[in-house]
Design a protein around this ligand. Structure first.
Ligand SMILES: [Zn+2]
Ligand SMILES: [Zn+2]
Length: 335
């Protein structure tokens, strides 16, 4: 590899697989930084990208939106103090600052937002670009591998938890990367966690209990108490009526994923009682600052399984097969 080249795992067409490509090193434009990637988390959203379950995918695209790396070059107008700094890049890659949502401080709903690893080349690569306004210092005490899952599993999970308000007993449907991070936060906040795995997945249930869950069982089981709220991290629409049945009057069901299979018809009576059903969409930079400051206080401990960058397809397959406890993270270089 010449100094002016980099490598990326590229999604060239619907369905993949990702292809290792050698590319010219991108150069940062005004307001951008060039990042030497050391680790990049693997997210279920990357599977939705691969499976064309997201609209308007800009092929070829480099997935990856939980990027940890160091700033190697700064474009015009960027604080030169960022050079050499370790930073994290999340899903929210750019917002317009001009639409009604941006004006209301709800940039997660920006009409013109662009997302890392979806419309902007992401971190399944040795190098990537990012808008300097959308990168974050990472808490010390987390090495690059351990920090990566904080950037989506953590951030989207935290936003989901926040939408549960002051709920004390919270059900988690799908105990993967996001739940394993946010269960720790919930327990630390004095809440009770009720973890639902795929039916019969004893490993996931043991994992949930090891992180402080008060109860763990299959999604076909009933928790021993009515819940104040539930967060659905799994992409299975049939969990929505199940979760509505598990929460008590006034409770909330929060859908944490970007895509879900169709929700089956259900009787109004399970929504009645002022139960609330809400999705979580993207994140704001304020979410990122808040959660990245909170994580080391808990302290959140991420469990990761690392794969070299060129084994991104294998990492995605392991995620799809439900073989992971915690999060998969791609490692690049010495990261
Ligand atoms: Zn906007
Ligand atoms: Zn994600």
């Amino acid at each position: 590899m010449s100094v002016a080249d980099c490598y990326a795992m590229v999604l060239e067409k619907a369905g993949g697989p990702l292809v290792l490509c050698r590319r010219a090193l991108p150069r940062p434009g005004a307001g951008q930084v060039l990042i030497e990637v050391s680790a990049c988390g693997v997210c279920r959203t990357d599977l939705h990208l691969l499976d064309s379950e997201l609209p308007d995918i800009a092929y070829p695209i480099v997935p990856g939106h939980q990027i940890v790396g160091r700033v190697r070059e700064a474009g015009a107008g960027v604080d030169p103090g960022l050079l050499g700094q370790r930073i994290g890049v999340p899903w929210l890659g750019w917002t317009c600052g001009a639409c009604e949502y941006c004006g209301e401080g709800r940039e997660n709903l920006c009409d013109n937002a662009r997302f890392t690893g979806y419309q902007l080349d992401g971190g399944y690569a040795t190098h990537c670009l990012a808008d300097a306004r959308f990168v974050f210092a990472l808490p010390e005490g987390y090495d690059d591998l351990a920090a990566a899952p904080l950037l989506c599993a953590g951030l989207i999970g935290y936003r989901s938890l926040h939408l549960c308000g002051d709920a004390r007993r919270i059900g988690f449907y799908g105990f993967g990367a996001a739940a394993h991070v946010i269960a720790q936060v919930a327990v630390w906040q004095g809440r009770e966690v009720y973890a639902y795995s795929k039916p019969g997945d004893a490993d996931a249930q043991d994992f949930a209990r090891s992180l402080g869950a008060s109860w763990a069982g299959g999604s076909d089981e009933t928790a021993p108490v009515p819940l104040d709220a539930a967060i659905i991290f799994a992409a299975a629409g049939e969990l929505v009526p199940a979760a509505l049945r598990a929460v008590k009057k006034g409770g909330a069901v929060i859908c944490g994923g970007i895509h879900m299979s169709d929700i089956p018809a259900f009787p109004y009576s399970i929504l009645w009682g002022e139960r609330r059903l809400q999705s979580v969409t993207n994140l704001t930079r304020a979410d990122a600052c808040e959660f990245l400051a909170l994580a080391p206080q808990v302290p959140v401990r991420t469990q990761v399984r690392s794969f070299p960058l060129f084994e991104a397809n294998e990492a995605l397959a392991a995620l799809r097969a439900g073989e992971l406890s915690g999060a998969a993270v791609l490692t690049v270089g010495s990261g």
